[in-house]
Design a protein around this ligand. Structure first.
Ligand SMILES: [Zn+2]
Length: 450
């Protein structure tokens, strides 16, 4: 039996009379062949599903006609029927919203039937605790008055240890700053479209700084690897910081990352304005790029560059941080979910710049050797000049002339699992330890080339 959370008062006697009324109406929703035409309006509106702390919270409201009708019936209770379909076939990175369009409530099973008392007279909440981490679900909600079910609303239950919420990342930033006063600086650099403050962790030499960024693309690696790596260096390898400082902006695309952490099933790339931040930097702006078969000038595409160069507040925040720090090198984490690997992409504009590539390769080798990917011996260095116009590495290359990379996945099992968002907590833990070593090695390598 699905455990349920009641909100507000419990059902009272009047609910029974409501039921009696309802029972006189053959419910089309219940599948009766002789059912009359469905009511014009669905009884339930604004259905939402959020995954937090390993369970799913559904919330919905009485539609206005339904709300008006039930004003006369006190106490304010109604029987709800909640249906759920499990969707093991949903594939992160390959399936998008369309995956859920054809789902039929008739194929879903009833997981709850009974009274829920409305919060604030209008809003219902229901908690489904019989869910599995990693699974994707679709829900429908109807009353017992013959209204067609509202739905589906889809949600993926992600392990909160693998996908940190915004609040979790903020707690960790604050804790590090509090634990290492005078060592760790927590610097505000701007805010997101939705107003989330963006803060960078900085420690060590300000004159020669490695800057690392996460989740420029919302569905890609960031805080879960970068904050532990920063903490490792400050806690265990602090002498490295005398020669090379470390600055970490762990989650650039924080608005959309939060949607994923709270259960939005498909991969998200752009920011809340629909702009690909890794195409929004003021570098070769006029060059339209067609990577992935998409078009960077098309506002409907997932790689849309934005209306103007650096139009987005997140882009501006990154530029502000880098203009202040004049970085020695920049690495932005990509790949998928919470894990990335040791393949580095630098700017395609540097493809024929051999002196620049010669500075890039040893940094990648240091990183790669520490991550120990399975193909290290075959391929000791993995640097490809592939970053497009408008990308962060291209902007850093043109603006500062220093090594700048997007860190992408490699052949490691953890990266393979992250591709389908099936990496577990154990996979992430191993990946955290590997990136801790690798960031320390990268600092060390940079320290040798002041
Ligand atoms: Zn990316």
């Amino acid at each position: 039996m699905t455990r349920r959370t009641f909100v507000g008062r419990t059902a009272g006697a009047a609910a029974v009379s409501l039921l009696a009324i309802a029972s006189n109406v053959p419910a089309q929703e219940a599948g009766s062949k002789t059912a009359p035409a469905a009511p014009a309006t669905r009884a339930i509106a604004f259905l939402k599903a959020t995954a937090t702390g390993g369970h799913v919270r559904l919330s919905c409201f009485k539609s206005t006609p339904f709300f008006n009708a039930t004003q006369k019936e006190k106490p304010d209770s109604v029987r709800l029927r909640i249906r759920r379909t499990d969707l093991p076939g949903f594939r992160f990175g390959q399936d998008y919203d369309e995956f859920f369009h054809g789902l039929r409530w008739q194929d879903a099973r009833v997981i709850f039937e009974g009274p829920l008392t409305a919060l604030n007279n209008r809003k219902f909440e229901f908690t489904d605790e019989r869910v599995e981490p990693g699974q994707t679900y679709a829900y429908w909600v109807a009353t017992d008055r013959g209204d067609p079910p509202t739905g589906p609303v889809a949600v993926k239950v992600r392990d909160p240890r693998v996908w940190w919420t915004w609040e979790e990342a903020q707690r960790r930033l604050d804790r590090l700053a509090a634990e290492f006063p005078g060592v760790v600086e927590l610097r505000p650099v701007g805010q997101t479209v939705q107003g989330r403050p963006l803060r960078a962790l900085i420690a060590g030499n300000r004159g020669h700084v490695l800057v690392m960024l996460g989740s420029v693309h919302a569905g890609e690696a960031g805080a879960e690897l970068l904050i532990p790596a920063f903490e490792h260096v400050v806690r265990n390898r602090r002498a490295l910081l005398d020669r090379v400082g470390l600055a970490v902006l762990p989650c650039v695309n924080a608005d959309q990352r939060q949607r994923l952490a709270l259960g939005h099933p498909p991969y998200l790339r752009t920011n809340a304005n629909g702009v690909d931040l890794n195409r929004n930097f003021p570098a070769d702006w006029e060059t339209v790029n067609h990577m992935y078969g998409l078009i960077t000038s098309d506002p409907e595409g997932m790689t849309y560059r934005g209306a103007t160069p650096a139009s987005e507040p997140e882009t501006q925040a990154v530029m502000r941080l880098l203009e202040k720090l004049k970085p020695a090198a920049v690495v932005a984490f990509h790949h998928l979910a919470s894990i990335t690997g040791s393949s580095f992409l630098c700017s395609a504009a540097a493809a024929k710049n051999e002196p620049y590539l010669a500075r890039c390769r040893p940094l990648n080798h240091a990183y790669r050797a520490a991550l120990v990917p399975p193909d290290l011996e075959k391929k000791p260095v993995a640097v490809m000049a592939g970053c497009t116009s408008g990308s962060l590495p291209t902007w850093v290359f043109q603006r500062f002339g220093v090594p700048a990379f997007d860190a992408e996945g490699d052949g490691s099992p953890a990266c393979q699992k992250a591709t389908t968002d099936t990496a577990t907590w154990e996979d992430l833990e191993q990946s955290q330890a590997a990136h801790q070593r690798a960031v320390a090695e990268l600092l060390s390598a940079l320290g040798e080339n002041p």
